[in-house]
Write a protein that binds this ligand. Structure first.
Ligand code: COA
Length: 434
């Protein structure tokens, strides 16, 4: 038995025992989605429910369901602070039970540094190697910022976690206690894209040159775009989220990473989320490099890729070209994520472009997503001065460099036909169109 195996054995305990090490008043955090050890956080919640500890807080990003602390009875006892609402946490955010951070993803680690108040980092890792290192597998994101600040680090080892390469290693010497749980990783249901998603994907694909480096964000259009780009040559990947669409583009030969101008021959990512196909692809695969979000999403680094193409989804856009992608009116829906990091980085890249995709209507076709003004209270995710091109199933509105009148006209042209007259009327009332 090697010295790290001895250390492993010494530190090995159970989720319940790790929960016993959490003290009243602790501020805990777990990395994005599959990085959170559910048995550990549920054991902490059990202790809170039994009144053994009080005033516990946890932080999470894209948090899934199945966490007891999300339940209403824990409000005020085991508080949750969200960095990006996902299906598991959205309702509590909308009810006002959960507080939240709303920042560019590239800044999360900086905010952990600034607050410097993290007591415990709870994370899931893949099995230790012979040198004593655990890999964070499909995620990395803000983990370095958490690691720098956490007073105590606890890991759950899951043999289903793929082993990935990059900077995403943590050494056993940094870890206070270990528990084990072997469980398949949560898979993002990958549905068939809608007819409109395919139209949007095809419109964007026409504007993507061969040898571009791409980022594709979360949301409906990503699968369709993956298919629409299948005929391209020598694409590269530099993306916050590595998804099924990326694996398909690699497997069909559209992505080679050979013509990248930054991290040539490697796909760069900070977290991977999708079906088992994604997790199988990234396991022990040196062609994918997992790097911290403050590096991957740094607009200067994004811009080091020539012909950078960024594609993200939006919820609504107004005549100014202000894009909201995170709230419905003032009510939180998701979070800004790295959208603006990529809008900015793509604009700074030589030959780069950014696209914000949205179907022209929402709520079963009853409302237009192109609006004279954003809905009262909506957050601006991507600023009008930086937004490049908005795409709906009716075409592309290329906004950058256009006057207010030209922008408004371009946006009305891609609105659903049944809303165009009303939008034109409003634009005239606002003295934008004459
Ligand atoms: N007003 C009211 N409701 C709206 C709306 C609007 N303007 N726009 C959308 N909705 C409703 C939709 O009807 C839908 O509800 P339904 O399912 O009941 O029909 C729901 O809100 C979700 O809209 P949809 O467009 O389907 O969302 P999506 O799952 O495709 O996700 C974003 C789109 C914008 C929320 C998502 O991409 C996101 O969170 N982006 C921000 C982060 C980001 O871009 N990061 C970048 C890299 S990953």
């Amino acid at each position: 038995m090697g010295k790290f195996d001895v250390l492993y054995k010494e530190k090995l305990t159970t989720a319940e025992e790790i929960a016993q090490m959490i003290k009243s008043g602790y501020n805990c955090a777990s990395p994005i989605c599959m990085g959170e050890p559910v048995d550990v956080v549920n054991s902490i919640a059990d202790r809170v429910a039994r009144g053994e500890i009080q005033n516990i807080r946890t932080n999470g990003t894209l948090t899934f369901g199945g966490r007891d602390y999300l339940k209403e009875e824990f409000a005020g006892k085991f508080d949750f602070q969200s960095w990006f609402f996902g299906a598991g946490s959205r309702k509590g955010g909308q009810d006002g039970r959960f507080d939240y951070f709303s920042y560019n993803y590239s800044d999360y680690p900086l905010i952990y540094d600034l607050r410097n108040d993290l007591d415990a980092l709870l994370m899931v890792v893949s099995p230790m190697d012979e040198h004593g290192y655990f890999s964070t597998g499909p995620y990395f994101g803000e983990t370095l910022g958490m690691l720098r600040n956490a007073k105590h680090v606890f890991v759950e080892v899951n043999r289903f976690m793929p082993r990935t390469f990059g900077e995403n290693f943590i050494h056993i010497s940094q870890v206070e206690a270990i528990c084990e749980k072997d469980e398949p990783i949560f898979e993002l249901p990958v549905g068939e894209p809608s007819e409109n998603d395919y139209k949007i994907g095809n419109i964007i694909a026409e504007m993507v040159p061969d040898e571009a480096t791409i980022q594709i964000g979360i949301g409906g259009v990503s699968g369709a775009l993956g298919k629409a780009l299948a005929g391209k040559k020598d694409l590269g990947i530099h993306t916050e989220m590595f998804s099924d669409a990326m694996v398909e583009l690699i497997e069909c030969g559209a992505v080679t990473n050979e013509k990248k101008t930054f991290h040539k021959r490697q796909s760069v990512s900070t977290f991977c989320f999708g079906s088992k196909k994604v997790y199988d692809y990234i396991d022990n695969n040196p062609s994918l490099v997992m790097l911290p979000v403050e590096y991957v999403n740094d607009p200067y680094n994004i811009a080091r890729n020539d012909k950078f193409i960024s594609v993200n989804a939006g919820l609504e856009v107004d005549f100014f070209g202000q894009v909201c992608s995170e709230t419905i009116g003032p009510v939180p829906f998701s979070g800004p994520g790295g959208q603006f990091d990529y809008v900015k980085g793509a604009k700074m890249s030589k030959g780069g472009r950014s696209f914000i995709a949205m179907t022209s209507t929402a709520k079963g076709g009853t409302i237009s997503r192109i609006k004279p003004m954003l809905t009262y209270g909506a957050a601006v995710t991507s600023h009008k001065n930086e937004v490049d091109c908005i795409v709906t199933e009716y075409g592309a509105a290329e906004l950058f460099g256009k006057t207010m009148r030209e922008r408004t006209r371009a946006l009305i042209n891609i609105a659903h036909p049944k809303f165009r007259q009303e939008l034109e009327f409003e634009a005239k009332k606002m003295n934008i169109l004459i």
